[in-house]
Each structure stands twice: as C-alpha cells, then as structure tokens.
Design a protein around this ligand. Structure first.
Ligand SMILES: *[C@@H]1O[C@H](CO)[C@@H](O)[C@H](O)[C@H]1NC(C)=O
Ligand SMILES: *[C@@H]1O[C@H](CO)[C@@H](O)[C@H](O)[C@H]1NC(C)=O
Ligand SMILES: *[C@@H]1O[C@H](CO)[C@@H](O)[C@H](O)[C@H]1NC(C)=O
Ligand SMILES: *[C@@H]1O[C@H](CO)[C@@H](O)[C@H](O)[C@H]1NC(C)=O
Ligand SMILES: *[C@@H]1O[C@H](CO)[C@@H](O)[C@H](O)[C@H]1NC(C)=O
Length: 454
C-alpha cells in the first residue's frame, strides 16, 4: 500500500509539476477550520459507494469496522460543524449494518468479527442518539442498537481465564479468541458508560464499573502510571502484556471515564481522566517531532496499516468529547489539538486537491493517500471546533433532549441461531478484525503479518 501510493504521488508530481494547494487554516478563524473539515470529509466520501445502486449501505466487506469509523467521522463532523450534507447516507448506513437483530452482528462477517469491530458500531449508534440524529421510523432506534451491542457483549464476558474480560475475537476458530485486549474491553466500558449517562439505568453503571475494575486489576491497565497495554494472551492467564502503544487503547478508556465523571462527579473518574491524558500526551505528542499527534508505533517506520491509520482520528474525537464532558481538561487538551490541526493541514496538501497523508507531524503530504487518512484528518479538524462550543452543548441524554427509543432487551439472541460461520479464507484472515498485536513472534511477527494483511 505504501509503495503503491508513493508511486501514485510521484506520477502525479511528474504529470502535474508538483501542483500543491494548501488548506488555508487559521486556528482563530472558525470558518477556515470548518472548511478544512468539509474538504477532508468530502475527500473521505469519494471513497464511499454504499449509497449507489447495488452497493451495501455502510458496507466495506473486507474491512467491516471501517464503516463504523466512517460513520463516527460523519457524526463528529455534523456535531461540530452543523453541516448535515451527509446525514441521509449516514443514517442509512448505521441502520442497514445494524442487521435484522439490531445488534451489528451479522453472519456476513462472522469469519473475522471481533468484539472490537462490533463495539465501534455500537459507539456510532450511541453517538447518533447523543447527537439527536432522528430515529428511523421503520427501523431500530439508535439507542436500541447500542443496547443490542451491549447485551451481546455482556453475554460474552468470559471468566474462564484472567479473572474476567472480553476476548478480542468472538469465535473459537479465530486467532484472537485466546486474547484479551484493551480496545475490546475499554470499548465495552465506554459503551456501558455512555448508555448509563444517556439512560440513567444502573445496570450500565454496574457494568462500566465491573469492566473498569477488571481492566485495572489486569495487565492491560496500570492505574498508577496510566500506561495502557494492548493485549494479553490467555495461555498464561494474561500474565505478560503486549505493551505496544496505540492511541485508541487510551482513547476508549479515557472517553468512558469522561462520561462516567460527567454523570457521577466522582473523583475516581477525574483522577483517571487526568492520568490517562498525561500519559497519552507523553506517549503520542512528541516534542522532537513538533508536538503533533503521532501513532508512534507505526508512523516513524512507515508501517501503519489501514486500521492503524484510523486510530488518531478516533483519539481526536475522544479528546474533544473529554474537553466537553470534563471542562477542567479543556485548557490542556486544546493546545494539543491545535498543534495537531496545524500539522494535519500541511499534511492535507496532496495530489493537487488537498488529499491527506498519514503522518501529520511531517507537516507535508507524505505520499500516502486513502480513505483512512481522510477519516482521521476530518476528525482532527472537526474535533478542534470544540473550541467554539466548549461552554455549551455536549452530548445529550434522555433527560436533556435525547429522544431515541430505549429497548433494554435489544439484541442478545442466541448467537448460534444467528451465526453460521462461513469457511475461513486467506482473504478473511487478512481482513481480520482490528489488528492489534501478534504476541507470538513479537514485533517481527507483527510486521510480517502486517505485510500479508496490508
Ligand atoms: C484527488 O485527485 C486524485 C488524483 O487525481 C483523485 O484520484 C482523487 O479522487 C481526488 N480526490 C478528490 C477529493 O477530489
Ligand atoms: C451518494 O452520496 C454522494 C455524497 O457523498 C452524492 O454525491 C451522490 O450523488 C450519492 N449517490 C447517489 C446514487 O445517491
Ligand atoms: C450480506 O451479504 C449479502 C450478499 O452479498 C448482501 O446482500 C447483504 O446486504 C449483506 N448484509 C450486510 C449487513 O452487509
Ligand atoms: C487500582 O486498581 C486496583 C485493582 O482494581 C484497585 O484495587 C485500586 O484501588 C486502584 N487504585 C486506584 C487509585 O484507583
Ligand atoms: C457535563 O458535560 C456538560 C456538557 O459539556 C458540561 O456543561 C457539564 O459541566 C459537565 N458536568 C460535569 C460534572 O463536569
């Protein structure tokens, strides 16, 4: 992928004489930031064909969770810019992928489905409810879709090893079945926290506490240093963590803690929010690289795969929501977003039409274009607009204007009825869930897996 894109770039450079137009971004000019967000989201949508005849709404068959990442970017964009240009496509995609059971768990993708993939759709659904995207009259409500994901995942809580936790992948024949990882557990925690804040139902609170406490007691989360590991293998009862650092592992826990704090005002959550911010700032905003957000594990070596390119965008969105939900963090978060949008604007100068690259900190287009790059750039631009609403509206709840219909029993049908696993093909394995870390074989194993997968 890297090489292909580099060649594309060189070719265009030759053909069009390095024509480069820049996004004219001024951090104190709200409109210029909206324009940057609008350009990058437009670029993102040129990769989306789910609204065309014969295509599957929200469907990316080989990388299913990316439909959730795209939907989240559209929700973030709409929330912060007010531009609803893409809301029809958004609504259709979120509804269609919910599937007949309303829980984002469809047999089409059962050969590679992970708890994390499903969780991201669940977060998109709760975010639709929190943003007051109107429920579809003849479908599942946004809230019930999030509840459907929660109910499924609650039933998959696994106490066979490691004292609890969700497995990464959900089916015995998948390699991630024997791993417990941060994004699945942190994401489930965040979903429970957001359902609790939206509905006030204490079942969600109990689960949020349970997942959090288990995470803190496991090797995944260190609640003194606030370092978040990626994953642990069940073979040794989760004793040795895979410590590779990814922004989104911090983001799922950070975002969830911010929702819990906003709802409860409990200092436990404030301590967690501040601790996770401090550590993630240290890990992912490197002074020697100018201080812009950076996926440190893969960017310097130019090895990010499609999944990993999306993480910074997700993290941007969680930072913005944390600034909204825990107002005392606003002053430390905004400068980080600011440095990052300035760098991202310079990265979005490719192919003569403001195409975005992977590495914002390079402060120039780095030759790698793709939908994932557009998604992440749109998220950082949209998120910075928190500057213009931080004292105002945050995500709504059922008592502050949210009216998405509740169905506490959504989803959660017997999974064996729903899923007849298809035979696994090499292509399925390559698309497998969100590639976190391959612990056996360590870094070399990860790299070779990425090359096969990329
Ligand atoms: C930008 O230009 C490239 C190369 O011509 C093209 O493939 C791509 O679709 C364009 N993107 C947008 C958003 O116009
Ligand atoms: C699909 O959505 C895009 C906007 O992203 C729009 O330009 C296009 O006309 C739509 N196509 C159809 C067939 O509705
Ligand atoms: C599942 O696959 C079938 C056959 O390709 C397709 O018609 C359907 O829309 C897909 N469903 C989802 C939820 O992607
Ligand atoms: C850290 O986590 C452990 C294990 O869950 C817990 O006993 C301890 O109280 C936590 N410490 C803080 C400061 O929350
Ligand atoms: C919760 O979030 C809202 C919306 O941003 C904010 O106004 C309020 O102060 C927050 N509550 C707490 C306890 O921080």
């Amino acid at each position: 992928m890297w090489f292909k894109s580099t060649w594309t770039c060189l070719l265009y450079g030759l053909l069009f004489g390095q024509k480069v137009s820049a996004i004219d971004l001024q951090v104190d000019d709200e409109q210029s930031i909206k324009d940057a967000a609008s350009q990058s989201i437009y670029g993102m949508m040129t990769w989306y064909h789910g609204n065309e005849t014969g295509q599957i709404p929200g469907g990316f068959p080989d990388k299913w969770w990316e439909g959730a990442a795209l939907s989240l970017a559209l929700l973030n964009y709409w929330h912060f810019t007010g531009d609803d240009t893409y809301n029809d496509e958004l609504s259709e995609a979120l509804q269609f992928q919910g599937g007949p059971n309303g829980d984002y768990w469809t047999s089409n993708y059962s050969s590679f489905l992970g708890n994390d993939d499903q969780m991201f759709w669940g977060l998109a659904a709760i975010q639709a409810a929190e943003s007051k995207l109107p429920d579809v009259s003849d479908g599942h409500s946004w809230l019930s879709l999030a509840q459907g994901v929660f109910n499924d995942q609650k039933n998959r809580w696994d106490t066979s090893k490691c004292g609890g936790g969700l497995r990464w992948q959900a089916f015995v024949y998948q390699s991630g079945y024997t791993m417990k990882n941060s994004v699945s557990n942190g994401g489930f925690f965040q979903l429970a926290a957001r359902l609790y804040r939206y509905t006030g139902d204490s079942e969600y609170k109990d689960w949020a506490e349970k997942v959090w406490d288990w995470s803190a007691s496991s090797v995944l989360m260190n609640n003194k240093t606030w370092v978040i590991a990626d994953s642990a293998n069940m073979d040794d009862n989760c004793k040795s963590p895979g410590n590779i650092q990814w922004t989104y592992n911090y983001g799922v826990y950070l975002g969830g803690a911010a929702y819990m704090y906003n709802k409860t005002s409990d200092d436990k959550w404030l301590t967690a929010v501040n601790g996770l911010l401090k550590t993630s700032f240290k890990q992912f905003f490197l002074a020697q690289h100018g201080g812009a957000m950076e996926e440190v594990t893969c960017e310097p070596s130019e090895q990010c795969n499609d999944n990993e390119i999306l993480f910074k965008g997700l993290f941007s969105w969680w930072l913005a929501y944390t600034a909204l939900l825990v107002p005392s963090t606003y002053d430390t978060i905004l400068p980080k977003l600011e440095t990052s949008i300035q760098a991202a604007a310079k990265s979005c100068t490719g192919l003569g039409n403001n195409t975005c690259g992977v590495r914002w900190y390079q402060s120039k287009f780095d030759g790698m274009n793709g939908m994932e790059q557009q998604i992440s750039a749109s998220n950082i631009f949209s998120s910075y607009l928190v500057k213009y609403e931080h004292s105002g509206k945050g995500p709504v709840t059922s008592t502050t204007g949210g009216d998405s219909k509740s169905n506490p029993n959504a989803g959660a049908e017997s999974e064996t009825d729903k899923d007849t696993p298809k035979p696994i093909t090499t292509g399925d394995k390559a698309g497998a869930g969100i590639l976190t870390v391959v612990m056996i074989g360590g870094w070399a194993g990860l790299m070779s897996f990425m090359f096969i997968g990329g």
